[in-house]
Design a protein around this ligand. Structure first.
Ligand code: SF4
Length: 406
């Protein structure tokens, strides 16, 4: 989401006449888009800000701007410890960032390099905020209540991206399944976006299990551009912990949705998230999560360690599992999810898949299959943005190695 916001802000600033600089030393303004979802991410943002202290003081007129969720949580108070930060703009004002910066006093522009590379695969926000208040999560407090972006605005943004060379969009929201604007739901929005000429693929993140429904599943199955990959965060396999997390589903309900998705969408891949070390997670609760992850048939699963966030309901429960135990559970779960990803990738061996060529790394092209398999193969730049047939010859835990089929 922050990547999508940063892109939109860059685009907004360019439209005000600013020029993106590839080199920080050339820049007159540096904007740090911060995250506060974990204590660590907030610290990282502030460490990043600290790196620009000397840059900020080296030349008159330079400005350092802190935006996003950590900026929302910390507010103007952050300037006490970081007096070299000039502007603090929180996540609730993210859409106004370009206008606020453009309206503030301008430095004498030195001019930089115009770097607006074509994004073969781009992120597009379709909603902001969240109404779910999972007990461990700071997002509803820093991003505010859920608001769906008008369909016309989303379509215009995607058409602009496609005109500039984008072939794939990932629609973003904390809970894209609850998208609703003037009677249009996610399925209806997908239909509309599907009609955009030149767009090849549509992805969507994140799906809240409680709001996944038959209409969305059928629409994804029917629309050829809709990718057959669903990210469906589980968080815990223990009903007791799911209740404490306020996730609003049980593990049986979660598995029913997984079954429906697998039955309804041909060749679908499902990925998930689990949260380890939630307060009151016993060894038995952890084991239930472990067992469910093992049997759910995920292709991939991210593992996160619980992090206390002040202001959330879980904050009052305290960090009870303990650092060492949390670390042990984290390692156990990671080794399971790596095994799952590695086994899942093996199904690709010898298969020829269609890959959207997204970006080069040295002589190798990186791209993804429709079902989200990350593929790496030798290829030249002229194929960027094209769908290429690739034979998978080797698999790793997190990637597939292939050869172009001419
Ligand atoms: S659905 Fe839950 S975890 Fe996701 S953003 Fe909303 S409150 Fe946070």
């Amino acid at each position: 989401m922050n990547v999508a916001d940063s892109s939109a802000i860059t685009h907004g600033l360019v439209s005000y006449g600013f020029i993106e600089s590839a080199i920080p030393e050339d820049a007159d303004i540096i904007i740090i888009n911060s995250c506060t979802v974990r204590e660590n991410t907030e610290k990282q943002a502030l460490t990043e800000a600290g790196k620009f202290k000397a840059w900020r003081r080296a030349k008159k007129g330079r400005r350092l701007v802190l935006i996003g969720c950590a900026a929302e949580r910390l507010g103007e108070g952050v300037k006490k410890s970081y007096p070299f930060i000039d502007l603090v703009i929180g996540a609730k004002k993210i859409e106004e960032v370009s206008a606020i910066i453009a309206a503030s006093p301008q430095p004498s522009l030195t001019g930089g390099e115009i770097v607006l590379p074509v994004k073969i695969s781009a992120y597009v926000n379709i909603m902001r905020g969240c109404n779910n208040f999972c007990s461990y999560c700071i997002v509803p407090y820093v991003r505010g209540a859920e608001v769906s972006i008008p369909a016309d605005t989303i379509i215009a943004e995607i058409e602009r991206l496609v005109r500039n060379g984008t072939k794939e969009v990932t629609l973003l929201g904390q809970n894209v399944n609850s998208y609703t604007f003037q009677g249009l739901d996610l399925a209806g929005l997908l239909e509309k976006i599907h009609g955009i000429d030149g767009l090849l693929r549509i992805r969507y993140l994140t799906n809240h299990p409680k709001d996944m429904n038959d209409r969305i599943i059928k629409t994804i199955a029917r629309l050829p551009k809709a990718c057959n990959h669903i990210h469906l965060p589980l968080q815990s396999g223990s009903d007791r912990v799911l209740g404490l997390m306020n996730r609003q589903y049980t593990k049986a309900q979660y598995m029913d949705i997984v079954k429906k998705i697998k039955a309804g969408i041909p060749g679908v891949s499902i990925s998930s998230d689990v949260l380890i070390g939630f307060p009151e997670e016993t060894e038995q609760d952890f084991q239930e999560t472990y067992d469910l992850v093992e049997k759910a048939g995920f292709d991939f699963c991210y593992v996160f360690k619980f992090s206390l966030r002040k202001g959330t309901a879980a904050y009052d429960l305290g960090d009870r599992v303990g650092k060492e135990e949390k670390k042990k559970r984290h390692i156990r779960m990671l080794s399971l999810t790596n095994r799952i990803a590695s086994e899942s990738n093996k199904r690709f061996i010898g298969r020829t898949v269609e890959v959207l060529a997204e970006r080069m790394e040295g002589p190798r092209m990186l791209g993804k299959t429709m079902d989200n398999g990350p593929v790496d193969f030798l290829c030249d730049r002229s194929f960027l943005g094209k769908i290429i047939k690739v034979k998978i010859v080797e698999t790793k835990v997190h990637s597939l190695i292939g050869e172009m089929v001419l």
